[in-house]
Design a protein around this ligand. Structure first.
Ligand code: ZN
Length: 205
């Protein structure tokens, strides 16, 4: 992998800022690839489970090309800065976690940022997260994370992510709808909006 090119893209994707969680997503993903012996991942090669949301996930996507949109990245929201990566070709998987002494440093910085939020010093917050992000990118893998070989025991995670869905037309509004969202009311196949079970917008024009 051309790491400079990847980092250039990562910067572009986040408007020039590689924040600490974003940098950690990048770094932990690189560690997983390293352990799996994958140098240049292609789209659809991997399946990744992220154990938190936030910018951490964007770091995973930028490096691994396992994207949320393609169904190759899912979230198990344990609130942990951790990920599990499966090499679909070999079936090998690894889980990467943050070392506890590094986590202490993270907490220190997070507390500082929390204080700055209270006085709304956005400039300083940006400076701190940018500097810490850079520091993370420059650190050695073994200073930050632990990589362990694992076996994914819940196969439904992978199966559900790759299921292909059938399309229907809502019999009321005529918009296309995927099977998992279809609701049958009085023998009609309807979208959630027409079935009046969910609606998040109002048409203005
Ligand atoms: Zn409809």
């Amino acid at each position: 992998m051309n790491e400079n090119k990847m980092l250039e893209f990562a910067r572009y994707f986040h408007d020039g800022v590689i924040s600490a969680p974003y940098a950690l997503g990048i770094k932990l993903t690189l560690a997983a690839l390293d352990k799996l012996g994958i140098k240049n991942p292609k789209i659809k090669d991997l399946f990744v489970i992220s154990e938190t949301r936030h910018c951490f996930m964007d770091g995973i996507q930028v490096v691994s090309k396992a994207t949320y949109g393609c169904g190759d990245l899912i979230i198990k929201n344990y609130g942990k800065l951790a990920l599990t990566m499966l090499d679909k070709k070999t079936g090998n998987a690894v889980r990467v976690t943050v070392k506890s002494n590094f986590q202490e440093r993270m907490t220190e910085i997070s507390n500082k940022i929390r204080e700055l939020f209270e006085i709304n010093d956005r400039k300083k917050i940006l400076e701190i997260t940018k500097n810490f992000g850079k520091e993370i990118l420059d650190m050695k893998m073994q200073e930050i994370c632990i990589v362990k070989k694992v076996k994914i025991t819940d196969n439904s995670l992978i199966e559900n992510a790759s299921i292909k869905h059938n399309e229907f037309l809502c019999e009321n509004c005529g918009e296309s709808i995927l099977d998992y969202a279809v609701e049958e009311i009085d023998g009609k196949k309807l979208c959630p909006v027409c079935a009046k079970t969910d609606k998040y917008y109002e048409i203005l024009e």
